[in-house]
Design a protein around this ligand. Structure first.
Ligand code: 4UU
Length: 539
């Protein structure tokens, strides 16, 4: 940890040696060691016990790919949406779309029709593949968007929703001939997966992650943590897949990276105490990826006993600041049982991992070192590099940084500076040894339980209310969710609209975690001369 990481001009290098990034697509990368574990379980649902082996997944995803090309005329670069909670079919769909040459865009399964509509429109989605419970929202969104595209339903229990095609028929078709897949040619720089992120400002944007970005980020995790998860002939690690797979953290770290290494994914469709406890005790998940509220749960729930930690070998937290006190509580619950605790820092635009703390680190404030092939800078507001310990905005460079936001040159000019340095919008400092500390957020993004809540989105919704003249939203600290959205509202003259009416108005239009938790009525919203909301002042 004392290697020389600072250059003379204050660029910080990773203390790890560079890794080689294979020139292949992410789907070829995931299946490249398939023959080592064909019959091992790839994915197992912790609620229904539905499961698939690696060879089943491979075959079914290729069957889906063939059907997408033959029956749905999918062509390279067509964008296909997936809207589903974490279920065993999630990877089949993802790898099927990729094998057909399509681009996957992932939807949060709790989105409302308005949120789905916007993403469908911006991505120009050609087909939606949705879990049965999400189909009604998808249909409403398509109606709003005045779009008539095929909807494939991931039907598990219910009868097939009207006007949809069954995914099961498309993946279990015994008569397909895979020959057509040979004509699909995808290159490392082609876009593979497009999750959404608001980045430093504004509304959610399509984040174009190429095959290279994703393969790179899987390989870049070859730090000292790699020894902690593996599969051999006699052993298979079980990774808990409770973090949503539509989000880059779950997608790359839990699904792509771990399936490439032959682990078993134990999927939970949502965080729910009973199934979470079952995943630990019955299914013996040993590699846990969590967000800070789950560390709090592990440290404070009366249902948690030391036995729940019996099989755990590694806990990684990320997506929001981790209060060290919550780590201490989790450790005391474990009563001396030993396992690794690390913190990761990343973002959708970095596919997503950027830094990871070392395994032997007992400093829970740091998010660790730059992962291999990543360089960092901390800069002042004139983009001058700062030295060790100095606080400024963190800039990132590496093979994992996105190609750009889809069809959005303005946003791209804003976030990319000095040829290829990406502005994280996070405030950080880096010590002499290269350990990174995230201390604040420059960007307007609010994070509720690690989920993105873009204030601009809530402000637009608020301003649609007939009694609201102007509005601004900021994040305020919250012990259980990290942050929660608070709105400042200027009403139109003569209005006597009540708090709860505004809360309900917003609630109908956005996903539940974006719900406004507090309203303050003000005479005006403080703004700069150029019209930007002065959020610091509101804070
Ligand atoms: C303080 O949250 C993510 C990705 C997180 C991630 C990925 C791989 C964590 C660990 C890992 O192994 O992506 P987004 O795009 O939803 O949000 C990105 C923002 C960051 O810019 C930062 O503000 O979320 C915040 N953030 C964190 N903040 C992410 N991780 C951390 C962290 N501490 N550890």
């Amino acid at each position: 940890r004392h290697k020389h990481v600072w250059s003379k001009d204050n660029v910080v290098k990773s203390p790890y040696e560079d890794v080689n990034i294979p020139e292949m697509t992410i789907v070829d990368y995931v299946w490249r060691d398939l023959e080592k574990w064909p019959t091992k379980t790839a994915v197992h649902c912790g609620v229904t016990n539905r499961s698939y082996s690696y060879e089943q997944m491979y075959k079914q995803s290729r069957t889906l790919a063939t059907n997408l090309i033959k029956k749905f005329k999918v062509r390279s670069d067509d964008v296909i949406g997936i809207m589903s909670p974490n279920i065993p079919e999630y990877p089949i769909v993802t790898f099927g779309v990729l094998a057909a040459g399509g681009i996957v865009t992932t939807f949060n399964p709790v989105y409302t029709e308005y949120e789905v509509q916007r993403q469908i429109e911006i991505s120009d989605v050609k087909i939606m593949i949705a879990f049965e419970n999400c189909v009604p929202v998808v249909n409403k969104a398509l109606k709003l968007a005045k779009k008539n595209i095929p909807v494939i339903s991931i039907k598990v229990e219910k009868p097939l929703p009207e006007n949809t095609v069954s995914l099961m028929e498309l993946i279990e078709d015994p008569h397909v001939d895979f020959d057509i897949l040979k004509s699909v040619r995808r290159k490392p720089n082609d876009v593979a997966i497009m999750p959404y992120s608001s980045g430093t400002t504004g509304l959610p944007k399509g984040v174009e992650l190429t095959n290279r970005n994703l393969v790179a980020n899987c390989e870049q995790q070859t730090t000292d943590v790699r020894q902690y998860n593996y599969t051999t002939e006699t052993h298979q690690d079980v990774v808990l897949a409770v973090l949503p797979l539509f989000h880059s953290y779950g997608l790359t770290i839990v699904m792509l990276n771990k399936m490439a290494a032959g682990l078993k994914l134990l999927t939970l469709p949502k965080f729910q105490p009973d199934s979470f406890l079952g995943a630990l005790k019955i299914h013996r998940s040993n590699i846990l990826y969590v967000a800070p509220p789950m560390v709090l749960f592990l440290g404070s729930s009366s249902q948690i006993t030391p036995e729940h930690f019996a099989s755990v070998r590694l806990v990684t937290s990320g997506a929001a600041p981790l209060p060290p006190a919550d780590v201490e509580k989790m450790m005391s619950k474990a009563q001396g049982r030993k396992f690794g605790i690390v913190q990761g820092y990343g973002m959708t635009e970095a596919a997503p991992l950027v830094t990871l703390s070392p395994l032997d680190c007992d400093d829970y404030e740091t998010v660790g070192h730059a992962i291999p092939n990543v360089e960092l800078r901390v800069v002042d507001d004139k983009m001058n590099n700062l030295g060790p310990g100095q606080v400024g905005e963190l800039l990132i460079k590496g093979p994992n940084i996105m190609k750009g936001y889809r069809n959005n040159p303005e946003a791209n000019t804003e976030v990319f500076v000095d040829s290829g340095w990406y502005r994280s919008g996070d405030i950080a400092n880096i010590d002499e040894c290269g350990l990174v500390y995230i201390t604040d957020r420059l960007k307007e993004l609010i994070k509720v339980k690690g989920y993105q809540v873009p204030p601009a989105e809530l402000e637009n919704v608020l301003k649609e209310h007939p009694s609201i003249h102007d509005a601004a939203v900021i994040g305020v600290p919250d012990a259980s969710t990290g942050e929660r959205p608070k709105a400042f509202v200027v009403t139109v003259p003569g209005s006597n609209v009540k708090d709860h009416e505004i809360v309900e108005f917003v609630e109908k239009r956005v996903a539940p975690y974006k719900k406004i938790t507090e309203i303050e009525f003000v005479d005006s919203i403080p703004k700069s001369v150029s019209g930007k909301i002065l959020r610091r002042l509101l804070q």
